[in-house]
Design a protein around this ligand. Structure first.
Ligand SMILES: NC(=O)c1ccc[n+]([C@@H]2O[C@H](COP(=O)([O-])OP(=O)(O)OC[C@H]3O[C@@H](n4cnc5c(N)ncnc54)[C@H](O)[C@@H]3O)[C@@H](O)[C@H]2O)c1
Length: 270
C-alpha cells in the first residue's frame, strides 16, 4: 500500500499470539510496512524465533497470556529491549465448537482464560507502562460477539466480553490520551491444511459466495490494515469502537438463500 510507510514510525507494538500463519501474520506485515517496531509474543521459543526472523528489527517474547506472571514478564522483557510500548494488539485466542451444555469447566476456563482474561491481563500490564499519547490498544474480537452459530456459545460469550471490555478500557484510558478499539473479523481461513480438504474448500467457497455480500475471501492482511488504522494517528478521535472486517456478512438481515429468493422475486415483478 502506498502512503503508509512511516505511519507507525517510532512506535513499539506488542502483538500477542503473533506466531504462525493466522490473522497475526497479516497484522505483523501491515504494522511492519508502516514502520512499527514489532514485539512478537508466542507460546514457544521456536515459533517466536521464526516470526522474528521474518521481520527485521523485531524482538520476541515468549509467554502465555492467560498467566499473570508470564504477562508481567513479557511486558518487562519487551520494554527492556525496545523502551515503552505505545501499541498493543491482543490477538492471541482459541476457539471452541461444542454445545454449551456439553462443555466442562476446564474447557470454559481455557477459552475464557485466554480470550477474555488474557486480553485484560495484557492490557493492564500495557496500560501501567504506556506513557500516554499516541498509545493505543486493538483487541481482536469476532463477528461471534454479536450473532453466532450452534456450538460457539462460550467463544461468543468471551468475544462479547472483549467488546464490553474494549469500551470500559477506552473510558478508563481516555483521560490519559490512550485509546482502545477492537476489530471483529468474519471468517478468515488461516489453517494451511484446509487447502488439501475438498469439503473445507467447498464450504469456504460457498460461504464467500452465498453468505458474504462481498464475494471476496477475507485474508489476514485485511485485518492487519484495519489494526494499522486503529493504531495510527488517523484514528486519533476513535476509541471504544469495534471495526467489523467481515465482507458485509453481519450487515445483511437474511441468509444467502433468502436474499437470492428476494432478488428473484423482485426480478420476476419487473
Ligand atoms: N480465523 C478466523 O476466522 C477468526 C475470525 C474472527 C476472530 N478471530 C480471532 O483472531 C485471533 C487470531 O486467531 P487465528 O484465526 O489467526 O488463529 P491462530 O490459531 O492462527 O492464532 C492464534 C494464536 O494465538 C496463540 N495463542 C493461543 N493461546 C495462547 C496463549 N495462551 N498465550 C499466547 N498465545 C496464545 C496461538 O499460538 C496462535 O499463534 C483470535 O483471537 C481469534 O479468536 C479469528
Amino acid at each position: 500500500m502506498n502512503g503508509v510507510a512511516g505511519t507507525l514510525a517510532g512506535r513499539a507494538v506488542l502483538i500477542t499470539g503473533a506466531t504462525g500463519a493466522g490473522i497475526a501474520s497479516g497484522i505483523c506485515r501491515a504494522l511492519a510496512d508502516a514502520g512499527a517496531r514489532l514485539v512478537v509474543n508466542g507460546l514457544t521459543g521456536d515459533d517466536v524465533a521464526a516470526t522474528v526472523a521474518r521481520h527485521p528489527g523485531a524482538v520476541g517474547v515468549v509467554g502465555d497470556v492467560s498467566r499473570p506472571d508470564d504477562v508481567e514478564r513479557v511486558v518487562e522483557e519487551a520494554t527492556a529491549q525496545v523502551g515503552p510500548l505505545t501499541g498493543l494488539v491482543n490477538n492471541a485466542g482459541v476457539g471452541l465448537s461444542t454445545p454449551f451444555d456439553e462443555v466442562d469447566e476446564a474447557q470454559f476456563d481455557h477459552v475464557v482464560g485466554i480470550d477474555l482474561r488474557g486480553v485484560w491481563l495484557v492490557s493492564r500490564a500495557f496500560a501501567r507502562q504506556c506513557p500516554g499519547p499516541p498509545g493505543a490498544i486493538v483487541n481482536v474480537s469476532s463477528v461471534h460477539a454479536r450473532s453466532t452459530i450452534s456450538g460457539f456459545g462460550i467463544y461468543a460469550g468471551a468475544k462479547a466480553g472483549v467488546e464490553g471490555f474494549t469500551r470500559g478500557c477506552a473510558v478508563d484510558l481516555g483521560p490519559r490520551g490512550v485509546r482502545c478499539n477492537a476489530i471483529a473479523p468474519g471468517y478468515v481461513p488461516v489453517d494451511p491444511a484446509l487447502a488439501d480438504r475438498a469439503h473445507a474448500v467447498e464450504w469456504i467457497d460457498r460461504h464467500t459466495r452465498d453468505e458474504q455480500p462481498l464475494h471476496r475471501l477475507i485474508e489476514p492482511i485485511d485485518c492487519g490494515w484495519a489494526v494499522r488504522f486503529l493504531l495510527s494517528e488517523e484514528s486519533r478521535c476513535i476509541t471504544g469502537q469495534v471495526l467489523t472486517v467481515d465482507a458485509g456478512l453481519t450487515a445483511r438481515l437474511y441468509d444467502g438463500e433468502t436474499t437470492a429468493r428476494t432478488h428473484a422475486d423482485r426480478a420476476g415483478r419487473s
